[in-house]
Design a protein around this ligand. Structure first.
Ligand SMILES: Cc1ncc(COP(=O)(O)O)c(C=O)c1O
Length: 326
């Protein structure tokens, strides 16, 4: 989609920060502009319309032709889900500003608190409330077999759904995507199985349900165990484990740790993550890899690894780290 939307070096796309880094990487390859907007950590990493509006206004004033807004819901790296109000506000804003909405919803089944609300659902609700007013809004929803309970990253399967696009545009998008030929057969099979899973009465339904629930519960338990571990860590604050496969806590490091990082020529979050890896074997990613507000530090963890004992190792490491630099 980014290839199709970025028509010239002036083209720009609104990207949430902290971000999934392949967006800025792709925009660099396309020689197009990343127009960043910050998510609001104090509001469970929700979207802040004022921040989005400011980013758009500034980018347009600088001559950027802003064409679309990306939303990642549930979020990577934030592990947050957007509220129905945030979804409505983004859709209304995009409709008013004639922006395509790219809803990256690859974590749509990884929701641990409440239930998933898709951007398409939000759009349909708006269309019911104000018939005709949102029919011009162009929405792309992305999904993949690599997340959810399917978790088949290596098979490279997924799809995008286009809503509200002119049929002639859809034809061109279809033609463009066809340049890649087809994905491997197994990937195609997994997409089919994801969108048409066994239903009650099918011979494989019981086993499917059992395996699905087992994987889902395991992820949820590990998300909560990690969240509970963060509560024991001084200077660490984390939003509720709402969705996706990640937690993205803030770390408030002592001034001596920040000085030490400076001496080592590294950012403080990078130094913290590298020491954590050395001490525990647990690999987390510094927040600076995703973008974070000036003056804040984070790290991103996943809870994919089996068991929960490793969360205790993180707590132990943190205690020793804080003692060393206090
Ligand atoms: C937000 C987001 N979108 C897209 C992807 C890419 O998914 P896939 O590897 O299935 O293409 C990822 C992978 O981590 C992701 O986190």
């Amino acid at each position: 989609m980014l290839h199709i939307l970025c028509a010239s070096p002036e083209s720009g796309i609104l990207i949430p920060i902290p971000q999934y880094p392949l967006y800025t990487a792709t925009l660099s390859i396309l020689n197009a502009h990343c127009v960043p907007y910050y998510l609001e950590e104090s509001h469970a990493w929700g979207t802040d319309l004022n921040s989005i509006k400011k980013s758009l206004t500034d980018a347009r004033a600088a001559g950027t032709d802003v064409r679309a807004i990306v939303v990642v819901n549930p979020g990577n790296p934030t592990g947050a889900t957007l509220s129905p109000d945030d979804i409505r506000n983004v859709l209304k804003f995009a409709a008013a500003e004639k922006l395509v909405v790219i809803a990256d919803e690859v974590y749509q089944t990884n929701v641990f608190i409440g239930s998933f609300v898709s951007f398409k659902q939000g759009l349909r609700d708006l269309q019911k409330e104000a018939p005709g007013a949102y029919d011009h809004l162009e929405l792309v929803s992305l999904h993949s077999i690599s997340k959810g309970m399917v978790g088949e990253c290596g098979h490279r399967g997924g799809y995008l759904e286009l809503v509200g696009f002119d049929p002639l545009v859809v034809e061109q998008i279809y033609k463009f995507i066809s340049i890649q030929l087809c994905p491997p057969v197994l990937g195609q099979c997994f997409v089919e199985m994801m969108v048409n899973p066994p239903v009650e009465g099918d011979p494989s339904y019981e086993l499917y349900r059992q395996e699905y629930d087992h994987i889902f519960l395991g992820l949820k338990q590990r998300a909560n165990a990690l969240f509970d571990a963060f509560k024991l860590m001084e200077g660490v604050e984390c939003q509720d484990p709402a969705g996706a496969m990640y937690l993205f806590p803030t770390i408030n490091l002592p001034p001596k740790a920040i000085e030490q990082a400076k001496k080592e020529g590294r950012s403080p979050d990078e130094m913290y993550c590298s020491r954590l890896l050395d001490a525990t074997g647990v690999c987390v990613v510094p927040g600076s890899g995703f973008g974070q507000k000036e003056g804040t530090l984070h790290f991103r963890t996943t809870f994919l690894a089996a068991g929960t004992e490793w969360t205790g190792r993180i707590v132990e490491f943190h205690r020793a780290f804080m003692a060393e630099f206090s």
